[in-house]
Design a protein around this ligand. Structure first.
Ligand code: NDP
Length: 330
C-alpha cells in the first residue's frame, strides 16, 4: 500500500491543536470508490478553521483538512471513472469530516468527483478551487436575479481575499463596473489589476448601522463577510438590486429590518458551494473553463508545499492573506 504525506491536525494535552506532516497509508483512508493521487489543493478560510479545531467545521480529530483537491484517479470501482482520469473534488465532506486534500492521496465516493473540464489544467482548477467555484456561483445567482452590467455598479466585500478577488475578476471580465471593499489599502493596485474600477475602505460599510435605509448605490453585490457590513450593503442596494451572500468573516449575525426588502424590493441570495448537486458544480466548472475563463490565473496565486502551509493557515486566520494560495502535493 502506498505511503504518502499528509497534514495532520491533532488535539494536544492542553486542549489546543497541533499541526504536523506525517506519513500515512492509503489503507487508512476512508471508504470510497475512487482513490485519487492529489496534484494540487488550495487554501480556503474553512481549511484554516478545520486546522485550528473549529468544531463547526470538523468534529473528529486527528484529521487532515483540505476542502479542495485536483488530481488523477489511481483506482476506480465505478465505470464512470477510469484510472488516469483527471478530476476535481470540492466540498461535500472533503476536508471537513473526511480526510481532505492537504495530502498526496484521498479516497472519496465517486459522487463527489467532477472530471477536469477541457480548457483548464489541474493547477488552474486549484488556482480557482472552492473560492473560484463560489465566486462563479455568486455571479450565476446575480445573473439569474437579473443583475446585468448595464444595471449599474456592483460591490464586492472582502475583496482582497480568495473568493473576493476572484469575484472582482469574474465580474469585471463580464463587463460589470466593480467597486471593491477592502481593509488593505496597499492592495489597491492588485484589485485594480483584476478589474476593479473603484476601491472603498471597509469603514464605508461599517457606518449607518443605526439607519433604516442608506443611499441607493449598488445594482448588485457579492458579500464575503456577513455581519452588519452585509446589512449596511443591503440598505444601500438600488431598487430591485441583489446581493449574493457567501461568507462570514465579519460575523454571522446582523441587525436587520424588513424595510429594504419591502420598500426597495431587494434580494438576499444565499450561496453555498458545498452541497450543490454535482451536475450544477460541473456546469459551473465548464463555464469557468469556457466563457468565464480568467486569463493569467497561473500568475495570480502563491504556490506553497505542505511544509509551508502552516504559516499560510495562520495568515488567513489573521485576515492577512491576499488572493489565493495554491498547495502543491506532488
Ligand atoms: P479569505 O480570508 O481569503 O478572505 C476573506 C476576506 O474577508 C479577507 O481577505 C478580508 O478582506 C475580509 N475580512 C476578514 N476579516 C474581516 C472582518 N473582521 N471584517 C470584515 N472583513 C473581513 O477567505 P475566503 O475568500 O476563503 O472566504 C471568504 C468567506 O467566504 C469566508 O467566510 C468563507 O467561510 C466563506 N466561503 C463560503 C463558501 C460558501 O460555499 N458559501 C465557500 C468559500 C468560502 P479585506 O482585507 O479585503 O477587507
Amino acid at each position: 500500500m502506498p505511503q504518502f504525506n499528509a497534514l495532520w491536525i491533532s488535539k494536544n494535552d492542553t486542549g489546543g491543536f497541533t499541526r504536523q506532516i506525517i506519513k500515512r497509508s492509503t489503507e487508512d483512508l476512508p471508504k470510497g470508490e475512487l482513490l485519487i493521487r492529489v496534484n494540487y489543493s488550495s487554501l480556503n478560510y474553512k481549511d484554516a478553521l478545520s486546522a485550528s479545531g473549529h468544531a463547526g467545521v470538523t468534529k473528529q480529530y486527528p484529521h487532515t483538512p483540505g476542502i479542495d483537491a485536483a488530481g488523477v484517479v489511481e483506482r476506480s470501482q465505478v465505470k464512470e471513472f477510469a484510472e488516469g482520469d483527471e478530476v476535481i473534488v470540492t466540498g461535500y465532506g472533503l476536508g471537513m469530516n473526511s480526510a481532505g486534500g492537504f495530502a498526496q492521496f484521498i479516497r472519496i465516493p465517486a459522487s463527489w468527483a467532477v472530471k477536469r473540464p477541457p480548457g483548464l489544467t489541474l493547477r488552474q482548477c486549484m488556482c480557482l478551487g472552492t473560492a473560484g467555484l463560489t465566486a462563479a456561483l455568486c455571479l450565476d445567482k446575480l445573473q439569474q436575479a437579473g443583475v446585468k452590467p448595464e444595471s449599474g455598479a456592483v460591490l464586492v466585500t472582502g475583496a482582497s481575499g480568495g473568493v473576493g478577488s476572484i469575484a472582482v475578476a469574474l465580474l469585471a471580465a463580464q463587463g460589470y463596473q466593480v467597486t471593491a471593499v477592502t481593509a488593505k489599502s496597499a492592495q489597491e493596485g492588485f484589485l485594480k489589476s483584476l478589474g476593479a474600477r473603484q476601491i472603498l475602505p471597509r469603514s464605508a460599510l461599517q457606518e449607518g448601522t443605526d439607519k433604516p435605509l442608506l443611499k441607493e448605490q449598488w445594482a448588485g453585490a457579492v458579500d464575503c463577510v456577513g455581519g452588519d457590513m452585509l446589512f449596511n450593503l443591503i440598505k444601500s442596494l438600488r431598487y430591485g438590486g441583489s446581493v449574493a451572500c457567501c461568507g462570514l468573516t465579519a460575523g454571522v449575525a446582523f441587525n436587520a429590518t424588513v424595510l429594504p426588502f419591502i420598500l426597495r424590493g431587494v434580494n438576499l441570495l444565499g450561496v453555498d458551494s458545498v452541497e450543490q448537486p454535482l451536475a450544477y458544480k460541473s456546469a459551473i466548472w465548464q463555464r469557468l473553463a469556457g466563457q468565464w475563463r480568467l486569463p493569467h490565473l497561473d500568475q495570480q496565486v502563491r504556490e506553497v508545499g505542505l511544509t509551508e502551509l502552516s504559516c499560510e493557515i495562520d495568515k488567513i486566520l489573521a485576515a492577512q492573506q491576499v488572493g489565493r494560495v495554491l498547495v502543491r502535493l506532488d
